[in-house]
Design a protein around this ligand. Sequence first.
Ligand code: GDD
Ligand code: MN
Length: 365
Amino acid sequence: AARGACAEQGADVGTPVTVIVPTFNERENVAELVARTAAALAGWEAEILFVDDSTDDTAAEVERVAIDAPIPVRVIHRTENTGGLGGAVVVGLEAAAADVCIVMDGDLQHPPELLPVLLERHAAGDADVVAASRYIGGGDTSGLGTAVRFGVSRAATWLTRAMFPIRLARSTDPMTGFFLADRRQLDLTALQPQGFKILLEILARNDLRIAEVPMEFAERRHGTSKASLRQGATFIAHLARLRFGKMSLFALIGVIGAAANLGIMWALTAAGVPYVWAAIIGAEVTIIGNFLLQERFVFADMRTDARALGIRFASSFAFNNVEAALRIPVMALMVESWHISSVLATALSLIVAFFARFLFHSLVV
Ligand code: GDD
Ligand code: MN
């Protein structure tokens, strides 16, 4: 009867849908989320797929609730949390029973009552992705909490849209975590999910038509948000990687490293440390610091087992020490013969080293 009623309203009945819910310690929210989702999707052929990285017993709670649930409820409990929230969503897209998937947060900040609205908008046929936006008419951001978070969210949205003016022209909220996508239109293997911004990744990498519906971003029901400063840094790195490619981020970290190197030299020589020692300390700190930053932000999608990491560290450390062993004597020669400051000489030597590296790579490598 419910099916018939929906069909009369012209709804997308018949199109199966999987609701993907990434969870990290959301035990108290599971029962209500399943009940409201099942009620909202009465008449649709739907399943709920939890992709869980919890350290509490959220997965067991899902299995308990699934027994009496009116629609199929599954949970994939990941043993390794690769890619965080975004990684969980990709796993969900791969494992979904249906091609049409809706990603929704597990803390009830995304009202399940909006699920049929997303499906109906998709059924209109003129959009590939339907996103629930906090920023269009009727939308509401009360659940964002503090004014600071609201400001950060708006600034990040603005920055993101400025970077992708064409693909995001029609998206007022590319960072929303509540959206519908058809996985047949996505290249799942090309997605390199990291952190929170999975929709942005999907929109930036695929040429898709997007439509939006307004959403009220509710208050979190139970538990705490996993958003943090660290997520913010991950986000900036993610954006740079998406827009300009890995090499740009690699270069940016190189520039930051060079500046840090000069800062350390300046501080140490000012404190009376002989400049050659200051140069060696500056170089080693930068070599190790750069490696850690590159691993965290540029190569975050690479294998992280101890062996692979060890090989990467050994080759990077060896290469950069050879470079420093050539560069520091040249720097000392400049100081002794031209009587310039060691910080200036280091800056010059770093510029020369940069061009030498570039020449070496383009001519030899
Ligand atoms: N599987 C898995 N793994 N799920 C995770 C992880 C993880 O590492 N981290 C967070 N989650 C789940 C949470 O349990 C929740 O269901 C959902 O992802 C969103 O996480 P919250 O911690 O509630 O994030 P938020 O409310 O601060 O962020 C929301 O708004 C952002 C925009 O302001 C999310 O919708 C984001 O996607 C969105 O960008
Ligand atoms: Mn939340």
